[in-house]
Design a binder for this molecule. Structure first.
Ligand SMILES: Cc1cc2nc3c(=O)[nH]c(=O)nc-3n(C[C@H](O)[C@H](O)[C@H](O)COP(=O)(O)O)c2cc1C
Length: 166
């Protein structure tokens, strides 16, 4: 069963990506205001964490240039992408210097960007960022949350984009 335990030497990055790619995720864009500059990056590692108190989490890569700006702001907004926002995901996964120039958005209650057309948004205050491996596990206290549209979600699975069908 355990290839990692039995064949540790054969475990490599490509295999890790291939196997973990079989776990489907929704896609979010985590945003914040860095002073007057809107910032954000695509995040598939978002998850609900706690109901009492209400908390969520996501993982931020150490190589992200956006995460330090979000951390410095002290708060963030999780934008849940709809099935027709693959282009938004690609834009916010890029290293573009002005990701917000190409899209419509407004400020959330705590001031973070809410992207036009997202299914839901969750405003959070950062409570901690735990270092582990090449990522930080970021935990946020939920300050406000809203469903904005009832459409279907954008799904990421085996390295490609898709839609949810029941
Ligand atoms: C589907 C998808 C999911 C992603 N999930 C994460 C994630 O959970 N955490 C993360 O740090 N980067 C994730 N990324 C990568 C970042 O969006 C991207 O590499 C990085 O933010 C580049 O921009 P930056 O330097 O402005 O942060 C994901 C990318 C894609 C396409």
């Amino acid at each position: 069963m355990s290839d990692i335990a039995d064949h540790g030497a054969s475990f490599d990055e490509a295999r890790y990506r291939q196997v973990l790619g079989h776990f489907p995720t929704g896609i979010t864009v985590v945003t914040a205001m860095a002073g007057h500059e809107p910032v954000g990056f695509s995040v598939g590692s978002f998850a609900s964490l706690s109901l009492d108190p209400p908390q969520v989490l996501f993982c931020a890569g150490k190589s992200s240039s956006t995460w330090p700006k979000i951390q410095a702001s002290g708060s963030f907004c999780v934008n849940v992408l709809s099935e027709d926002q693959e282009d938004v995901c690609r834009l916010f996964a890029s290293k573009s210097q002005d990701k917000f120039a190409e899209i419509g958005w407004r400020h959330s209650g705590n001031g973070s960007p809410v992207i036009d057309g997202v299914l839901a948004c969750i405003d959070c205050n950062i409570t901690r960022a735990l270092e582990s491996g090449d990522h930080y596990v970021v935990i946020g206290d939920v300050a406000d949350l809203q469903v904005l549209h009832e459409g279907g979600p954008l799904i990421f699975f085996r390295g490609g984009y898709g839609r949810f069908t029941s």
